[in-house]
Design a binder for this molecule. Structure first.
Ligand SMILES: NC(=O)c1ccc[n+]([C@@H]2O[C@H](COP(=O)([O-])OP(=O)(O)OC[C@H]3O[C@@H](n4cnc5c(N)ncnc54)[C@H](OP(=O)(O)O)[C@@H]3O)[C@@H](O)[C@H]2O)c1
Length: 296
């Protein structure tokens, strides 16, 4: 298949480009800078210049492909509603271009917000009030009625590996700044994770065979106790590990405290069965021990 890939220069998108190309697909990667273009060309993908806001460009690009993998996102916490609106307009544009053709439209989402204090499942649906982006996933799933092979992949909140700049990299930075690797309370609350390459392998499998209207969980580890994550970071950074009282979460971790203190495990049992997907890469704590989170 010929696939338009947004976010092709990004963390998951670049790995997905490599996976899709290795499986024999042609990838046209959307980029908005010279640096992005160089990166995407080096992966062996065709470069398509454009932005998520340029709907005419997205429409033209989507008309020339068999399917779309939409992993680009405006990650700006100061304008979350705006970012979700840009995302929605892009998805609607892809849907119009793909309608009635049966090709795949895969979009990214997250497992955070599905359930608290119990394991989130593929069949769970987050409350659209939790995040402005949730409605975009629901809209996408409904596109199955319009002849689009719609797929929502919910990624674990930590997609790890060498070069990760996400939540765990921020935890490592905070640990260095405060000279202690901390967890909240008893640290028994759970945090799911997936290696970037396992996530990309799932994207490729989904493009090859997911049914219309499918929700998948890119989750390799259902729930790692945050105490274990903090201990692994402490060991890797040569720092002590200690508990911090939950009421001091914001003081110690800033805005990240609300996330790191949450119990948000998520299952991928249905995904593994449906996609014949088995994560093979190192665990999050293996990657921390390997020195991929230097905290600088
Ligand atoms: N990584 C995680 O832990 C995680 C967890 C849950 C869900 N997700 C979701 O999975 C998807 C991929 O995440 P990621 O970690 O790969 O993100 P990322 O590394 O931040 O990459 C974002 C991509 O979007 C592109 N982009 C941003 N704004 C754009 C715009 N206005 N026009 C065109 N392209 C634009 C970026 O291009 P530039 O290179 O030019 O900046 C980059 O290629 C996102 O939807 C994300 O929210 C990720």
């Amino acid at each position: 298949m010929r696939i338009l890939l947004t976010g092709a220069s990004g963390w998951i998108g670049s790995a997905s480009a490599t996976e899709l190309i290795a499986a024999g697909h042609e990838v046209a990667g959307l980029v908005r800078s010279d640096a992005g273009a160089a990166k995407v060309a080096a992966l062996g993908a065709e470069v398509v210049r454009g932005t998520l806001e340029d709907l005419d460009g997205l429409r033209a690009a989507a008309r020339g492909v068999d399917g779309v993998v939409h992993l680009g996102y405006v990650h700006d916490f100061s304008r979350m509603d705006d970012a979700a609106r840009i995302d929605r307009a892009a998805i609607e544009t892809f849907a119009d271009a793909l309608a009635g053709r049966g090709g795949p439209l895969l979009i990214a989402s997250g497992t955070l917000g599905l359930a608290r204090g119990r394991v989130g499942l593929e069949r769970d649906q987050a409350d659209p009030a939790v995040h402005p982006r949730v409605a975009n996933g629901l809209y996408t799933l409904g596109l199955a009625q319009r002849g689009v092979r719609s797929i929502v992949v919910r990624f674990a909140p930590t997609v790890h590996g060498a070069g990760d700049h996400g939540f765990v990299a921020m935890l490592a930075r905070i640990a260095r700044e405060r000279s202690v690797s901390a967890y909240l309370g008893d640290g028994a609350n759970r945090w799911p994770a997936v290696h970037r390459l396992d996530a990309a392998a799932l994207v490729r499998r989904a493009i090859d065979s997911a049914a219309p209207g499918t929700v998948l969980h890119a989750v390799a580890e259902e729930g790692i106790a945050t105490r274990d994550i903090a201990t692994a970071l402490g060991t890797a950074l040569g720092l002590p590990t200690a508990a911090v009282a939950p009421e001091r979460a914001a003081e110690h971790f800033g805005w990240l405290g609300a996330f790191f203190g949450a119990d948000v495990p998520a299952s991928s049992a249905a995904t593994r069965a449906a996609m014949d997907w088995a994560p093979r890469q190192p665990t999050l704590c293996d990657d921390i021990a390997a020195g991929h989170y230097p905290g600088d």
